[in-house]
Design a protein around this ligand. Sequence first.
Ligand SMILES: Cc1cc2nc3c(=O)[nH]c(=O)nc-3n(C[C@H](O)[C@H](O)[C@H](O)COP(=O)(O)OP(=O)(O)OC[C@H]3O[C@@H](n4cnc5c(N)ncnc54)[C@H](O)[C@@H]3O)c2cc1C
Length: 416
Amino acid sequence: MRRADIVISGGGMVGLSLGLALAQGGFRTVVADTAPFAAQLEAAFDGRVSALAYATIRMYRALGVWEAMAPNAQAIREILVTDGAPSRAASPFSLHFDAEEVGAPQLGAIVENRHIRAALFAQARAQKNLTLIAPAAVTGVTVAGGGVTATLANGETVQAALAVAADGRVSPLREAMGIKVIGWSYPQIGIVATVEHEKPHNGVAYEHFLPAGPFAILPMTGNRSSLVWTEKKELAPALLALDEARFNEELSRRFGAHLGAVKAASFDKGAHPRAGRWSYPLSFHIARDFVKARFALAGDCAHGIHPIAGQGLNLGLKDAAALAEVLLDAARLGQDIGALDVLKRYERWRRFDSVALAASTDALNRLFSNDIAPLRAIRDIGMGIVDSIGPARRFFMRHAGGDVGKLPKLMRGEAA
Ligand SMILES: Cc1cc2nc3c(=O)[nH]c(=O)nc-3n(C[C@H](O)[C@H](O)[C@H](O)COP(=O)(O)OP(=O)(O)OC[C@H]3O[C@@H](n4cnc5c(N)ncnc54)[C@H](O)[C@@H]3O)c2cc1C
């Protein structure tokens, strides 16, 4: 039996960030994950990158993990949004966001998830009052006698004042604790690949709206970009199975000519030519409650959103920063950190913001993922209007940078 103040189920990017914030604030914290941490750092584990908002970068600086990620981070200097189809030229209406316009050095940064995980893991291992246990799934949590007991698959138990589920979209723990979700699957899949190109991207991120969904080209270090290609679910297996030459042809048709010749990179040149492609089913959900007595949800466990705006991780990290702040404030006042009224402060802070972002990403996906002429006209006019009005452009840039709503201290760059 281990004793801690807080036990976290899930050591993904949100769970580990939360564990670090809590441990740095002085809480004895245990993070347990089903997957061995070493496996999570391998290139094959997760082919994705994350667009980190500027507020997230400030949080990672405050947690002391940004320095380790920075050499692998590509600054986003501009974002260009266009509407079109593979066989048709992009619409003349587009949206252009430029960091210079808001006097910022960058709008955010693109970092490969494996580098984010590596930086978090290294810092977590060095943190004295943070215990990492993996591989060990959390199989259950019981609330009794003024505390919680988490049972792990390796037979260990952890007794704490509070349990947090940060164990992703499909969370048996959330369900076992009786928290229901509202949600649905999208008829789309996200194909992810790293693409090498002839010409430099100059830090420009492209979001090209195609009839099947957004086709995002996110600048990585070097002459590389990460592709998040939203495609109709039924077409994805055939696209994923294409040989290298055909896959590159399909890519080129959608990329356009601005980056020169493009080809998908394999993460291991010796491996199977299709080894550098990943696919992620896309779904939407929001938990009806974010907390119960002695239990809280964070990250994708609380809300799963469409990757159209690259905000899922940023949203989850805001949960982590807000929860750490609420718990530290409660502890400073001598309050019980597992008490429902304390946890409700976190829920009130985070639920509205999460619902608002989830709903707007869902609406954007519905508006853009089609080729219906009247809708195309409305969205093109909308983009033209926003692009021509400075305050509207700056409003969207502040959202992309995460500087909206009540920001937790960590996201302002201060200690929680
Ligand atoms: C294609 C795509 C592109 C994206 N791009 C972006 C982007 O650019 N920017 C952005 O902000 N977001 C992006 N997102 C969203 C982002 O990836 C997620 O929001 C983020 O990974 C959620 O992190 P998490 O730690 O909450 O969950 P997860 O990453 O799912 O981690 C959950 C962890 O819990 C562990 N676990 C599961 N069950 C148990 C258990 N019973 N016990 C213990 N551990 C358990 C798992 O092993 C895992 O390590 C994207 C998503 C997709 C699909």
